[in-house]
Design a protein around this ligand. Sequence first.
Ligand code: ADP
Length: 507
Amino acid sequence: MKTASDRLRIVLAASESVPFSKTGGLADVVGALAKTLDQHGHEVVMILPDYHFLRQASVAHLPPIAESGLRFSISMNGRVMMGYVNWTILPGTNVRVLLVRQPEYFDRKHLYQEHGHGYVDNCERFCFFSRAVLEICRQMVLRPDVIHCNDWQTGLIPGLLGTQYAQRSGFEKTASVMTLHNMAYQGRFWHLDMPLTNMDWRYFNYHYMESWGDLNLLKTGIAFADQITTVSPTYAREICLPEGGFGLEALLKHRHEDLVGILNGIDDSVWNPETDHLIPARYSIKSLEHGKGICRSTLQRRLGLPERQDVPLFGMVSRMTDQKGLDLIMASADRLLLQDIQVVFLGTGDPTTENALRLLAQKYPQKVAVEIGFDDGLAHQIEAGADSFWMPSRFEPCGLNQMYSLRYGTVPIVRRVGGLADSVNNLDHPDSIDHATGFVFSDYTPDAFAETVERAITCWHNPQLWKQLVANGMARDWSWGRSAAEYENVYRKALQRMSGRFAEGRV
Ligand code: ADP
């Protein structure tokens, strides 16, 4: 039981969280972290945009959403925009979820983009959201110890907190933490969007908000936050180098003492083959063969592949972006598909990649199946039905699918980067079978990827060895408890740093 002084009041601000909204791993992380911090006895309030699809029939499983009666107005470069606060509860927890309603900004078909292009007013949408988070804290007298911000959509919050909100009532003891889920997305906008932030132009410089002449919202968060985290220890090192920092490496290096990499966990109530109701048969390590057999033939039937048990089945579920290594797959596909294998893809994103995959499925109808779209049920069914999972990423901050794969007895094939390097142990020589959980390669080349898949195929034909590999992976513990404890340490460090700065007057 936490004493009053151990108990932190945490506001988690993000643009997406399960089970409300999701485009990728960020949503999984925010939802699971909130739940675990609540279990650890902290008072957690989550603030998210109120997307109109939260009220559609397809999300009928969500708890009821009620109006709070709170309304506020924010001047967006002279245009007064009203905001409303609705609220609900994160299922199974005490976490209050406050939803920022602003129909003009958030009643869109998707969260950030359509047809491969970001919404033109994304800067305005998320500056409004970030400013709304602070207004809600003020008007609802939340008095948070920490505001935990996630990605560029909330990067403005540490900036406002460190400047104009620093001396305001209710924020005297509030520290900020900025988590970087992916440096490739920085929220870069032209400099004339600066008035939307409501920050003084004097911060539009190389040290705080400007990079290469643009306004950069992620940089703003990094520059002003009391502590910075990212989602794996290896990625924390990579982003301080030019290849990984996407232009912000100098600032990150400068702040390296306040930067820590915390590997994400997985939410066992969602991703667990023993209890997962989205898959056709539940299984544990003891019932693996039977359970996975059913999952596999159901998957093959659903996707129109021959129902065969005697062929290694590879799966991939991914946003289709440059990051995910799909170019390696396309370049080695003809070589790999000479072999007797099956491959299933689920994903959406870059239209050129989507088309290239569709063509691959047409060329190899007996071997390749492609589903373009976002389908949570199918994602679970691929994790359960495949033998092995592909993640040959160019870079990967943490990656969740390789951990889900390990949990589902689906051997991951990954590149040695970011969180993939931190979570998969390579089977590289016979002795390594004691702790190996998958196949890992280093060079970003089609040959390195193809050779690694070929190693996996050879291993799959040795059932004894494959079984051991699967068992090692399924035995790993990815629960959120350890990671959440690390976040608690970061919150305390942020509070210490903030109180030191407060004594000196912020920024
Ligand atoms: P990222 O956050 O870079 O997209 P992660 O591996 O960290 O990659 O997390 C991806 C999450 O999104 C996983 O939960 C994965 O199952 C899910 N996901 C990605 N694409 C799809 C899709 N097309 N349909 C369903 N789920 C998807």
